[in-house]
Design a protein around this ligand. Structure first.
Ligand SMILES: Nc1ncnc2c1ncn2[C@@H]1O[C@H](COP(=O)(O)OP(=O)(O)OP(=O)(O)O)[C@@H](O)[C@H]1O
Ligand SMILES: [Mg+2]
Length: 256
């Protein structure tokens, strides 16, 4: 059965696209799942940029204008098991896009993968709402501050109204400052469990400059470990931090 998981946030810039790229890569590379990641942020699409995929002749835009079928917009990433449906980077490709088609379009991916991750636009506008309606479950991303947590409260209420199952919150860019909200405070405010906390980590920005997910760029960086852990939690499997010897053996094909 294919699970369709929407990655949403109230506030923008909190790490949705980063999470989709990294959790998708972790699910495929470490947990050997068949994964499709989809850029549902049509107006300000970034997913393909984060993966260094600049040329995609058919994108989700053409599918939502009725000019192509979803299967024509699926591209292999260099990680086996991971495929990407990009949105167009061109302004002219916004013309004629009917976002209300998203739900039925995404449903056509049923049976094509173990997990489909949807990268949403921020907020509760038409694009984000269409992504929520296309999802079976949603994971909310927030930073440990009041404004983004307050926005999750609204998004959570809407998810319940729409009938989508909320998984929990991923707290991102977490530091050690006293002025940050604690996990307990976020859980009390949002009435949702914090599924994982991902620290603020410069390696995420370094990996972005190289257009590669941080879980590939530096798998043992603090953020990467949490992305692997989150991927495992989403599917109920355990991530074991690999020792240098294990990684060495796996690199030379001497262990799985
Ligand atoms: N844990 C982290 N540590 C450091 N930087 C991070 C972390 N997570 C994300 N970032 C950086 O924060 C910026 C915003 O991330 P991202 O684009 O994933 O957010 P978004 O929620 O998708 O934004 P939008 O709402 O515009 O779609 C990027 O430059 C990204 O590299
Ligand atoms: Mg984004």
């Amino acid at each position: 059965m294919t699970r369709i998981i929407g990655i949403l946030s109230g506030k923008g810039g909190v790490g949705k696209t980063t999470t989709v790229a990294n959790v998708g890569t972790a699910l495929a590379s470490y947990f050997k799942k068949n994964v499709i990641i989809v850029d549902c942020n049509i107006t300000t699409s970034h997913l393909s940029l984060y993966l260094g995929m600049y040329y995609s002749p058919v994108t989700l835009n053409q599918v939502l204008t009725g000019k192509a079928r979803i299967h024509e917009a699926i591209y292999d990433y260099h990680v086996p098991g991971l495929r990407v449906i990009p949105a167009s980077l061109s302004l002219k490709d916004l013309r004629g896009v009917d976002i209300s088609r998203l739900r039925n379009t995404i449903k056509k991916l049923s049976g094509e993968a173990d997990i489909v991750l949807l990268d949403a636009a921020p907020g509760l506008g038409r694009e984000a709402m269409a992504t929520m309606r296309a999802s079976d479950e949603v994971l909310f991303i927030s930073t440990p501050f009041v404004p983004s947590t307050m926005d999750i409260i609204k998004s959570h209420q809407v998810a319940l109204e729409v009938g989508v199952k909320p998984i929990g919150i991923m707290l991102n860019m977490v530091g050690k400052e006293r002025y940050e909200l604690s996990t307990d405070e976020v859980e009390q405010l949002a009435e949702l469990p914090v599924t994982i906390s991902v620290p603020m980590d410069k390696n995420v920005l370094r990996s972005l400059a190289l257009k590669t997910p941080v879980v590939l760029y530096d798998p043992s960086s603090p953020a990467s470990r949490q992305f692997f852990e989150l991927a495992g939690r989403l599917i109920g499997e355990k991530y074991r931090i690999e020792s240098f010897i294990t990684r060495f053996l796996r690199f030379f094909g001497l262990s799985r």
